[in-house]
Write a protein of this length. Structure first.
Length: 213
């Protein structure tokens, strides 16, 4: 008798250990009177965690990454978090929250980096919203503008080249200040993404190390 391969659908004779078309293992486990095919990529034990799955379950990962991103954004408003520790912590928390929601998940460092990247993206969005609210409600935009102008003036004092002076004069204008703020947001997003991904990979490595007997 024959049965279809769970992976490619090709006909495989009973008793054959591997599919002749795709070489997928044909594993059958008996449950009473019937046999059930096991999908080797989804139901075999994952590496590092007994019974774990090797793919990210995004229905569980997105809420975990969102919560971690929000915590990372809040940590950015305290002194230690602003030095990047908040972003790294957000990536680590994304992995831990995901593992708590899905204990059978086998989270590799690469998967952890992706979870961290998602939490970093969401965390940056929350941070940008909080910053905009702070500027609108507490009128801190004037302080930010003054700080940018001071930095530009210091750069102008150190440079004597005419072209550099023209660029610095443009940056002191309203369009130039807006450009600097836009570039600052882009840099902040990239930093969020890199450090959160690093934190996610680190969290996954620590989790795998902890799970080893």
């Amino acid at each position: 008798m024959e049965h279809p391969c769970y992976k490619c659908g090709a006909a495989v004779e009973d008793g054959i250990a591997f599919c002749p078309q795709c070489n997928a293992p044909q594993i059958r486990v008996g449950f009473g009177e019937s046999d059930t095919e096991l999908n080797a990529s989804a139901e075999l034990p994952g590496r590092g965690f007994p019974g774990g799955r090797a793919a990210i379950q995004w229905s569980q990962a997105l809420p975990a990454a969102a919560l971690a991103g929000m915590i990372a954004a809040l940590l950015m408003f305290i002194p230690l978090g602003a030095f990047g520790l908040g972003m790294i912590t957000g990536g680590i928390l994304a992995v831990l929250f995901y593992h708590r929601r899905n204990p059978a998940a086998a989270v590799t460092p690469g998967m952890g980096a992706r979870l961290g990247a998602v939490s970093g993206t969401l965390g940056f969005g929350v941070f940008a919203i909080f910053t905009a609210i702070e500027v609108l409600v507490f009128h801190s935009g004037g302080q930010l503008r003054a700080a940018l102008l001071e930095a530009i003036q210091q750069s102008a004092a150190r440079s004597t080249e005419p072209q550099a002076q023209q660029v610095l004069e443009y940056l002191k204008s309203p369009p130039g200040l807006a450009l600097m703020m836009g570039l600052g947001l882009v840099v902040m997003f990239v930093v969020f993404l890199i450090l959160s991904s690093l934190g996610g990979a680190l969290g996954a490595a620590l989790l795998r190390r902890k799970s080893r007997p």
